[in-house]
Design a protein around this ligand. Structure first.
Ligand code: KIV
Length: 275
């Protein structure tokens, strides 16, 4: 059955955890659908995972739409959330509304996500009022990596922790129906989760959130360059792929692939007619 804002809110009410993974392409989206993942985030992390940038700052609306369309073609029941890229909503409420509209109209996704708390509440309200569900994202917000001085845990002192609680309440008040809590202490995430009516989705925010999100290449151990503390390896996907590539290389060079079973036949009579 198609996941909706209503069904996700009910999952919080009934204590059924929400699974979310990032996804950026059609084939992976289809696999996630068969695995019955609740929600896909077409994250601007695609800047790193798909495009090789050092952070998310260079990702454009066109990048997001290109990948979002591919993901949406691969799924039927999963609820798809599109990240709003850096500077597509910070500049004005008008820009936020136009760009949120484009992400939904041009991809077929179900919701948008944007980073920030009280500072982006006007944008959240305007997008929600236009009928587009909004997921907020607070705590460690990667688009502010330069202001934060790196990808670091946030909210460790009382003032910063209180600010994150206030941001969570503000985005809920502005209309967000879900909020991502990234890299904050687990106990702080538990307090926020108990204060909010809307689901919290944690990444590096402990087990008491209403759901969890991971970047799929991280949980499949595709990338060994960077390994955040909060990532768990669910399979050695990188090893499986590297071994398969190496075996392909070996078989091609040894003449073991392709075999006769991989080829197409032609009648000898046809061959005989060839000059
Ligand atoms: O872009 C992304 O992948 C994200 C998650 C880390 C929450 O925003």
């Amino acid at each position: 059955m198609k996941k909706t804002v209503g069904s996700l809110l009910r999952q919080k009410e009934t204590g059924k955890k929400i699974s979310m993974l990032t996804c950026y392409d059609y084939t992976t989206a289809k696999l996630m659908e068969t695995a019955e993942i609740d929600t896909i985030l077409v994250g601007d992390s695609l800047g790193m995972t798909m495009l090789g940038y050092p952070d998310t700052l260079s990702v454009t609306m066109e990048d997001m739409i290109h990948h979002g369309k591919a993901v949406c073609r691969g799924v039927k029941d999963i609820f798809v959330v599109m990240d709003m890229p850096f500077m597509s909503y910070q500049t004005s409420v008008y820009d936020a509304l136009v760009n949120a509209g484009r992400l939904i109209k041009e991809t077929g996704a179900n919701a948008v996500k944007l980073e920030g708390g009280a500072a982006v509440c006007e944008q959240i309200k305007a997008i929600t009022d236009a009928g587009i569900p909004v997921v907020a994202h607070i705590g460690m917000t990667p688009q502010s990596v330069n202001a934060m001085g790196g990808f670091k845990c946030q909210g460790k002192d009382a003032a910063k922790a209180q600010q994150i609680i206030d941001d969570a309440l503000a985005v809920q008040e502005a209309g967000a129906f879900m909020v991502v809590l990234e890299c904050i202490p687990s106990k702080l995430a538990a307090i926020i989760t108990s204060k909010l009516m809307i689901p919290t989705i944690g990444i590096g925010a402990g087990a008491d959130c209403d759901g969890q999100v991971l970047v799929w290449q991280d949980m499949m151990t595709m990338n060994t360059d960077m390994r955040p503390k909060f990532v768990k390896s669910f399979a050695q996907g990188g090893d499986v792929m590297r071994d398969a590539f190496a075996e392909y290389d070996r078989q091609v060079k040894a003449g073991d692939f392709p075999g006769p079973e991989h080829g197409f036949k032609i009648d000898d009579e046809v061959i005989a007619q060839l000059k």
